[in-house]
Design a protein around this ligand. Structure first.
Ligand code: IVH
Length: 746
């Protein structure tokens, strides 16, 4: 078999397993086997770039963020549905059809769940997905092809050679996916999404497909747009065909032989309403015989052949007994309503989220109030509003705690966040979260410790602060037992040796990785690199007044002055301070400017200096320094890109497309090996490192200039090293079910 044939076979096989996994939820092969197929295909494609086609399973996630979405005109327009709220209106629908259709017309109905998401159009030409668009105003929508391609239940190719098949349906987020996303959003200090619909819409509108790929989006297809070369006699024949093509179709459908059966189906669906993994807000009733649609026509708003039947929203009223404040694993304080228990949408609710302090204040929610609650996304009970008429006379606004309810430490609202956080790095509520950050890939990369292990280590009291890892006895760690989701117990086993090896490697990792790993507020990986650069080592940072000097510089640039003398004095002070900082390598720019305050630009921003100063002066940092010293660890900044050292000495790189690991990893590798990274291709660029789906600009320019191009394998060859194993998530490894912790033990 030659490469082209093998590539074809691999693609077909992977597509089949994608479908079994994502569409039909009945995987046939273990994840490791799937990964092997994937790797083989990716390697063959790397070796034969000319054989890459856009519908290859490796090409789902493109590398470049789009600036904004292009507009797409819908032909025919994407209509909505007329809504009814009662049975009488459905009977009228039946009567309307009788009046409108010829006497000899025979039809039946199909009832389907009305999924609460956003409608999407998928255009397949000769079997390849070439465009995906949102509904927009029905006439014109956004081209969201790059984003939709990341949704794994949507096939990039279907076995249908018709010239045009436009398939329409709904993009949604499952309740579970929504809950997980919101948890992450709240822990990151962001405003949570109000419901799965908003979360799905927000995700689809992200400008970076790589981010979209991480959002739990899904799609169900239930209609057609423009068709050429295919005809479906009935709606049920159409959805059956969709299913055969590997598209996900409505998970529940009733064929009804008259309006009475429609009523029964609607009752049945309402009983099942909460059993679906996604939110449904009603039922859709459709005429099954598609040949009748042209006879029925449409209004500007909706086709006359279907109706939406909306279920009443579910709400309950109860008394707010108390407000407690929980502290999440990233230190975010979340107010929680303690309620008089009340039945709501299939369960009894005694607690509901109040989101954050702003929400409490904006809705003026007080202890003792009667409140209306609902389940957001059908899962998260939330307080929507108070019933003012029932407010007790003595109810007072809730005093939001000014200290952390878990550790008593100070709380703070960081810039640009709605969340109020506990900023005590040793707060017990944050132990697991801090450990997870510490071992994460861009931090100290102890990947054998996953989320479950981190939690177990903290729960067992073996780790209270991340440095405790170095005190763990490997034999004891190997015997450590983890309890899986299914209740089964497994030994940590040989992962213990991996942990030990990673901890040894971590001792020598550069200072910025350590600073990032410590979770200092506002110090991400890029900021950590900047604040680490001026110091010889971690221990040297502690006694150094550098950040105080930086803050004094910024203070001077803000100081108000009245007289010319004072102004000149201040200009002198700013210049002196800037030059002192320049000696430490902090000056980014010294450009003459009409405004003397704006002349100097430092690498370290004021917020970074403030947080670093606060961290370095804390008791926590003192204890940390003592323990690091006792462990014989004293991280130093990575060697600056000294020309003439390292295999990439003096080489300039530009990166484009999606690589198997975060871009920072490659940037770091380049810098650590003596090279530098540029943001755009010029004549001076030595290499273009090309990942999957390289966008236009950089790639085309490099082609035009004849800049040498490297794929990942060639890049690693240049470094003289083996590639590090890719991260699982965005590359196409099925994410759910899998638990890497147990992978090699299962
Ligand atoms: S058929 C001409 N079937 O509900 C529109 N729509 O409120 C054909 N929806 O715009 C729509 N589930 O986004 C149809 N099973 C289903 C649906 C469904 C959800 C959405 C769709 C539509 C909206 C109308």
């Amino acid at each position: 078999m030659n490469a082209a044939e093998r590539i074809q076979t691999l693609r077909d096989t992977i597509r089949r397993h994608d479908r079994l996994y994502y569409v039909e939820a009945r995987p046939e092969i273990p994840d490791a086997e799937y990964d092997r197929l994937w790797e083989e295909l990716a390697a063959l494609e790397r070796a034969n770039p000319s054989l890459i086609t856009p519908d290859s399973p490796t090409q789902r996630v493109s590398g470049e963020p789009t600036g904004k979405f292009a507009k797409v005109r819908h032909d025919p327009p994407m209509l909505s549905l007329d809504k009814t709220y009662d049975r009488a209106a459905l009977a009228q629908f039946d009567a309307f059809l009788r009046a409108k259709l010829p006497g000899d017309a025979v039809w039946d109905y199909v009832v389907e769940p009305k999924i609460d998401g956003l409608s999407v159009s998928l255009l397949y030409r000769h079997g390849s997905l070439i465009r995906a668009a949102t509904r927009g105003n029905g006439i014109e929508g956004d081209d969201v092809t790059a984003n939709v391609r990341t949704i794994r239940s949507i096939p990039l190719a279907i076995p249908c050679d018709a010239p045009t098949v436009e398939i329409r349906g709904e993009i949604y987020m499952t309740r579970q996916g929504f809950a997980a996303l919101n948890r992450a959003e709240e822990e990151a200090g962001h405003e949570p999404f109000a419901n799965p619909r908003n979360a799905a819409a927000g995700s689809l509108k992200l400008l970076d497909p790589r981010e979209v790929a991480l959002r739990p989006l899904d799609a169900v297809l239930y209609a057609t747009g423009g068709l050429e070369g295919v005809v479906f006699a009935t709606h049920t024949e159409m959805t059956r065909t969709f299913a055969r093509w590997g598209l996900r179709t409505p998970p529940w459908q009733r064929l009804c032989l008259g309006i009475d059966q429609v009523m029964e189906a609607i009752d049945e669906l309402e009983r099942l309403r909460h059993a679906f993994p996604f939110e449904i807000d009603g039922a859709v009733v459709k005429v099954n015989q598609r040949a009748l649609y042209p006879l029925l026509g449409a209004t500007a708003h909706a086709p006359s052949s279907a109706r939406a039947y909306k279920y009443a929203p579910e709400q309950a009223e109860t008394r707010l007994r108390a407000i407690t404040v929980q502290v999440g694993r990233t230190g975010v304080l979340t107010p929680v309503a303690e309620l008089d228990p009340v039945p709501l949408a299939g369960s009894v609710i005694a607690r509901a989220t109040l989101h954050n302090a702003d929400y409490l204040r904006a809705k003026d929610i007080r202890v003792g109030d009667w409140v209306e609650i609902s389940k957001h996304g059908d899962v998260i009970p939330a307080v929507d509003r108070v019933v003012p008429a029932k407010r007790p006379a003595d109810a007072v606004p809730f005093p939001f705690p000014e200290r952390c309810p878990v550790c008593g430490g100070p709380v703070e609202r960081l810039d640009g966040e709605v969340a109020i956080r506990c900023v005590n790095p040793e707060c017990p509520a944050q132990r697991v979260g801090r450990l997870e950050l510490f071992v994460s890939r861009n931090a100290l990369d102890v990947s054998a410790i996953g989320g479950r292990m981190a939690e177990a280590l903290v729960q067992a009291g073996l780790v209270t602060t991340p440095l405790d890892l170095w005190g763990l006895d490997p034999a004891r760690l190997a015997d450590f037992r983890l309890v899986g989701d299914d209740g089964s117990e497994r030994r940590f086993g040989k992962k213990a040796a991996e942990v030990a090896a990673a901890l040894e490697r971590a001792r020598l990792l550069p200072l910025h990785r350590w600073l990032f790993a410590l979770g200092i507020p506002g110090i991400g990986l890029a900021a950590a690199r900047i604040v680490a650069a001026p110091f010889a080592s971690f221990s040297a940072m502690a006694g150094d007044p550098l950040f105080r000097d930086v803050l004094a510089f910024y203070e001077a640039t803000e100081r108000k002055v009245e007289t010319k003398e004072a102004r000149d004095l201040l200009a002198g002070e700013i210049a002196t301070r800037a030059h002192a900082l320049a000696a430490r390598g902090l000056l980014l720019r010294d450009a003459p400017s009409r405004d003397f305050r704006a002349r100097f630009l430092l690498t370290v921003k004021p917020e970074m200096a403030r947080e670093m100063e606060r961290f370095l002066r804390s008791d926590y940092a003192r204890r940390l320094a003592a323990r690091l010293a006792a462990l014989g660890i004293d991280p130093a900044p990575e060697a600056p890109a000294t020309p003439g050292t390292g295999p990439l000495a003096g080489k300039r790189f530009v990166i484009t497309g999606t690589l198997s690991q975060p871009r920072e990893t490659f940037e770091r590798l380049i810098r650590e090996n003596g090279g530098s990274v540029q943001s755009s291709v010029s004549r001076k660029t030595d290499y273009l490192l090309v990942g999957a789906d390289p966008g236009g600009g950089k790639f085309d320019k490099a082609q035009a200039l004849g800049t040498p191009q490297l794929d990942e394998a060639a890049f690693h060859a240049l470094l003289g090293e083996a590639p590090t194993p890719p991260v699982a998530a965005p590359t196409g490894t099925p994410a759910p079910i899998q638990d890497d912790l147990f992978g090699d033990l299962a």
